[in-house]
Design a protein around this ligand. Structure first.
Ligand code: ZN
Length: 216
């Protein structure tokens, strides 16, 4: 199997994107995947999601992806700008990354999994070959997304709580605790965000009251 086909399958790049080139740098142990598309391709406007014609391209960007056999792996692409009848010219959002992120979604997901399984951030950073600042930023953004998701979900008419788990964890040294309220067996979104969303100051009863307005 050709290298480009191999990477297309394992990375899951979708049409109209294709991997046009794979370069391996043996000196710094890195793999570089150049992404491109056919000139006539259309892309969805990031505001209204309607398919629009290509206007031009923004300058090339790079995203770090999951390592390949201990080699740093990077995607490179110039993101198209499209001409939307309603929203004018705008840069598309790539399917493999969040807007303005320097990491692919798969790599960010792996980072969050690592942070959840290893409480010591500096060790996670070392293992992932990232700086602690990068980890903090990714973690903070994940918390913000979780809070936003929870807010949206709670405004949904179908939002129903059936089971909750409550736990108490110690933090740092001496007597610092947090009570963790976790929704169990609900939607995928909630399971994804609970680890960050429901951390509150120590007081199990008050967080239940705050979250669900239980009758006293
Ligand atoms: Zn639009």
């Amino acid at each position: 199997m050709e290298l480009t086909n191999f990477y297309r399958q394992i990375i899951g790049i979708e049409q109209p994107w294709q991997i046009s080139e794979v370069k391996i740098d043996t000196l710094d142990k890195s793999v570089h995947l150049n992404l491109s598309h056919a000139p006539s391709s259309q892309f969805p406007c990031k505001h209204c999601k309607k398919l629009c014609n290509l206007y031009d391209h923004s300058k090339e960007r790079t995203w770090r992806h999951l390592d390949t056999c201990d080699h740093y792996t990077y995607l490179h692409a110039s993101l198209p700008r499209v001409q939307c009848a309603e929203h004018g010219v705008c840069t598309i959002e790539p399917s493999w990354s969040r807007a303005n992120s320097r990491f692919t979604l798969q790599f960010e997901s792996f980072i969050i999994d690592t942070l959840q399984s290893t409480p010591v951030r500096c060790r996670s950073a070392m293992q992932l070959r990232l700086s602690e600042e990068q980890l903090k930023r990714i973690q903070r953004q994940a918390v913000e997304r979780g809070l936003s998701n929870r807010k949206s979900l709670k405004q949904d008419a179908l939002y129903t709580v059936r089971h909750v788990c409550i736990d108490e964890k110690s933090l740092f040294r001496e007597h610092h605790y947090v009570s963790i309220l976790r929704l169990y067996n609900l939607s995928i979104i909630l399971r994804d965000v609970f680890q960050f969303v429901f951390h509150t100051p120590h007081d199990g009863e008050s967080i239940m009251t705050d979250e669900f307005s239980l009758p006293s």
